[in-house]
Design a protein around this ligand. Structure first.
Ligand code: IOT
Ligand code: MG
Ligand code: MG
Length: 510
């Protein structure tokens, strides 16, 4: 199964109300055309702004009948499976219609069936359902008011100070600086009574806690099969996929599978004037025969784009921002028409790739910890690339791939002295030996992002031991300006924020 070149909609800002009223106006970071949608159901109405690929009509992102309406940003990957549980002869046109029919059959439990990268709003009777995919990979936010549920794929669009303060919401995370705005947890359907304003959270997915013991061959074959299926579901129908390639095992594995599924491949690597992984990526590009491009971003430009990384991800975690900044800079440098991009992002979480030591107890502790703490970091957010109109998708966080990788016993992840052993072995036949054996290098290291951000702070007088704290403060301040205050990142200066954080720390130390 392949995917359309782009999903029908990238994001939305929607208001479900007992009364009527115009669609709320939105300042998305996501680039695209906007379409306003309205619907009148028996007991409530919908007014929404969809942001979607240019020159398309986001018809299939919205579906309704007399008493139910569905809005979807993103896409589903197990469509054939989902279709098979609907009555014979049903032929839903697009993902929203498919979800609508599943809702009629299963109620809110419909979302437990879905493997996808999406955020959805469903209105039925006097209830409003807000649903995230298993990984919460398309962030979804909500603000409740009497008789009104406001929801959006970007928190900044809900920050209008003129509208009433929201009700508190016990089961969701607050967004710093945006009073009354909450993030819907990953793998959750938030079931809200529009009149009562009460909300109940139902989990639709949770990271596996058990570990499976498998013979080497079986584990390796299962990983290869799952990754190949996930990539095949993500390559564009009749088009060429683009893979963001570092030349590490994770993105090279995706590149090999995407190439196999699509029969053609484009690849792109980013580097800076201080560091790159160009030779390693080129080895893979040559092996697969991809049309390959290298993009060099000067370090000064890279750091100047910090406000864009925070604005797009809406993340306040400084480590995550260091992983995302080089990728945002890469996406922003990708000119030309909107592309469907596959990444190797996220493989290191279930496989403990960031964890550089040999002991298995610690490895599984790292997996359990990372799987329990990813929610809300927004590292998979489509907005990172949608700021220039591109759509990303992450095969390692496909629900089936992730379930499998998390659940493999630690000895299959670290084996024969190698990290991510099971993945390396799964890809051994499809990639050059030097790629399969290449040690892990994080994107924040390979691009020099971590070290140049540190150097910038030190140059402004921050003492070495205070660097982590300063990074945290810089990211918080950038979040305050670009998300909470809703300023466009072009008007926010990294240098100015770094200076003010450095001055503050110096005053505190004096
Ligand atoms: P890393 O695994 O190095 O990179 C993530 C993906 O970004 C790669 O698979 C590749 O698709 C893309 N990429 C990386 N470098 C380049 C480059 N130079 N040019 C083009 N594309 C590139 C951090 C990390 O090590 O990135 N991310 C981890 C885990 C994050 C931790 N999160 C958490 N604990 N919640 C990851 O698993 O991706
Ligand atoms: Mg990786
Ligand atoms: Mg890497």
């Amino acid at each position: 199964m392949t995917a359309p070149v782009l999903p029908a909609a990238f994001g939305f800002l929607a208001s479900a109300r007992t009364g009527g009223g115009p669609a709320p106006d939105a300042a998305f970071a996501t680039r695209g055309d906007r379409t306003v949608i309205g619907a009148r159901l028996r007991r409530q109405s919908l007014a929404a702004t969809l942001v979607h690929p240019p020159e398309s009509i986001p018809e299939t992102a919205h579906a309704q009948d007399a008493d139910t309406a569905v809005l979807v940003a993103g896409e589903l990957y197990n469509r054939a499976e989902l279709l098979s549980v609907l009555p014979a002869g049903s032929a839903p046109e697009g993902d929203a219609q498919l979800l609508l029919e599943l809702l009629h059959r299963y109620g809110p439990h419909a979302f437990r069936l879905v493997n996808g990268r999406f955020a959805a709003l469903a209105q039925t009777g006097d209830r409003v359902l807000l649903a995230t995919d298993h990984a919460g990979s398309v962030p979804l936010y909500v603000r409740l008011a009497p008789g009104e549920v406001n929801t959006a794929t970007e928190a900044k669009t809900l920050g209008d100070p003129a509208t009433p303060r929201g009700f508190p919401l016990a089961d969701a995370r607050r967004v710093p600086g945006l009073t009354g705005v909450y993030q819907v947890p990953a793998g959750t359907v938030l079931d809200i009574g529009l009149e009562s304003g009460t909300a109940e959270a139902h989990r639709t997915w949770t990271p596996p806690l058990a570990r499976r013991v498998l013979p080497e061959r079986e584990a390796v074959d299962a990983v290869r099969t799952a990754l190949e299926r996930a990539c095949a579901a993500r390559v564009p129908a009749g088009g060429t996929p683009l893979v963001v390639l570092s030349g590490g095992i994770d993105s090279s594995g995706v590149a090999a599978c995407a190439h196999r599924a699509a029969g053609a491949l484009d690849t792109v690597s980013m580097g800076t004037d201080t560091a790159d992984e160009f030779p390693e990526a080129r080895t893979v590009a040559e092996h697969l025969g991809s049309r390959h491009r290298e993009i060099t971003v000067p370090t000064e430009d890279l750091l100047a784009q910090l406000p864009y990384a925070v604005w797009a991800s809406e993340s306040v975690d400084p480590d995550i921002i260091e992983y995302l900044l080089p990728l945002v800079a890469l996406y922003r440098a990708l000119d030309g028409p909107p592309r469907r991009i596959l990444t190797g992002y996220g493989a290191d979480i279930p496989l403990a790739g960031m964890h550089r030591e040999d002991r298995l107890p610690d490895l599984d502790t790292a997996v359990a910890y990372d799987m329990a703490t990813f929610d809300g970091l927004n590292e998979m957010s489509p907005v990172l690339s949608a700021v220039t109109g591109h759509w990303t998708t992450h095969p390692y966080w496909d629900r089936d791939v992730l379930d499998l990788l998390v659940s493999l016993e630690a000895g299959l992840k670290r084996r024969h002295g190698r990290d991510k052993w099971v993945l390396r072995e799964a890809m051994a036949g499809a990639l050059p030996a030097e790629t399969v054996l290449r040690p892990k290098l994080g994107v924040h290291e390979g691009s020099g992002t971590t070290s140049s951000f540190s150097a910038l702070l030190i140059a402004h007088g921050v003492a070495e031991p205070s660097v982590p704290k300063a990074k945290q403060q810089v990211v918080r301040e950038l979040f305050g300006r670009t998300v909470a205050a809703g300023r466009h990142p072009s008007g926010v200066s990294t240098a100015e924020v770094v200076r003010s954080v450095a001055d503050g720390l110096a005053r505190g130390a004096a």
